[in-house]
Write a protein of this length. Structure first.
Length: 311
């Protein structure tokens, strides 16, 4: 875009003034990082991405001009987390012991990994006629911890096997490499002759290694490495995985044993029924019998048992 003021060819003096203001604003915004202008105010930062090791101080810059009575706010976002660091030129209660406010930005006395996120500096006049904002990304650097891996000790050739690797301390999040028998596994197995007979997919961001299907050549010792560009990479323990053939003989033997046991159970039931044990059990259940005798005449006032029940 031509940043010079428009000439007399514009359809009027008023349109010329408007276009001149737009052109000047555009040119300023394109020449300064993190610059946003609205009305006559301007807000900018000279360090849009700040990387600081954990437990160190961090300065997030925010300068502004064109505001008669500036009111500054700082907003924090990280995923679904929202927070207000500064409101109306004052640090909020949840940050007041860790952060200091100034006309040039905010300063963390000591950052933690939870401070990683996006910080937006918003400036406005009290009347609301002028507004500007700029965003600064804070990355708190934390080295990766020793990753943990999940590797099956034995898998059947021709099936699917998933190996996982993860660590939760690294900031920024770690990426992962896998090693088989001490040799790094490429993302594309066909690119390396040592792995050309293997069919696997490797996701460096999630650390998931999937064999589909497993082949005999996939037997070996597996190790995972986590790295995030800060300090040294960390390696996991080594775990051995065997790729074995399907045990057809064992399956057949198990089926035969099951059939034999089932046959024996059926034969036992049939034998018991054929010998009449079920009928005898029914006949053997005695029923209660009652013997009743008519009462004999008795004199008035005399009481004695005149009937009996024999069970």
């Amino acid at each position: 875009m031509d940043c010079s003021p428009p000439g007399s060819s514009v359809h009027g003096i008023f349109q010329g003034i408007i276009l001149e203001w737009v052109a000047i604003s555009f040119c300023r915004g394109s020449s300064r990082p993190g610059f946003l202008a609205l009305g006559r105010g301007a807000v900018q930062t000279y360090e849009p991405v700040v990387k600081v090791p954990e437990n160190r101080p961090a300065k997030l810059s925010c300068s502004y001009s064109g505001f008669s009575s500036p009111r500054v706010e700082w907003k924090f976002t990280h995923g679904d987390i929202r927070g207000l660091v500064c409101y109306n030129n004052k640090i909020t209660a949840s940050y007041e012991n860790r952060v200091t406010f100034s006309d040039s930005g905010i300063t963390f006395h000591s950052v933690t990994r939870k401070d990683t996120g996006m910080y937006t500096c918003m400036v406005s006049d009290e009347g609301g006629n002028t507004y500007g904002e700029v965003t600064v990304q804070l990355i708190v650097l934390v080295p990766p911890s020793k990753p943990t891996i999940s590797v099956p000790s034995s898998v059947t050739i021709g099936t699917r096997a998933v190996l996982t690797c993860s660590e939760k301390d690294g900031s920024p999040p770690s990426e992962y490499k896998w090693f088989k028998d001490g040799v790094e596994m490429p993302v594309e197995p066909k690119s390396n002759r040592a792995f050309s007979n293997s069919s696997y997919t490797l996701n460096p961001k999630t650390g998931e290694l999937t064999f589909d299907p497993v082949s005999a050549s996939d037997t070996g010792d597996f190790t995972c490495e986590a790295q995030n560009g800060y300090e040294s990479p960390m390696r996991s323990d080594t775990v051995h995985m065997d790729a074995v053939e399907l045990n057809v003989g064992g399956i057949v033997a198990a089926v035969l044993v099951t059939l034999i046991l089932l046959g024996a159970l059926i034969f036992g039931i049939w034998f018991t029924y054929s010998r009449g044990y079920f009928d005898r059990a029914k006949k053997g259940t005695s029923s209660k019998k009652v013997i009743y005798s008519q009462p004999s005449a008795r004199s008035e006032g005399e009481f004695r048992q005149t009937s009996s029940f024999l069970v």
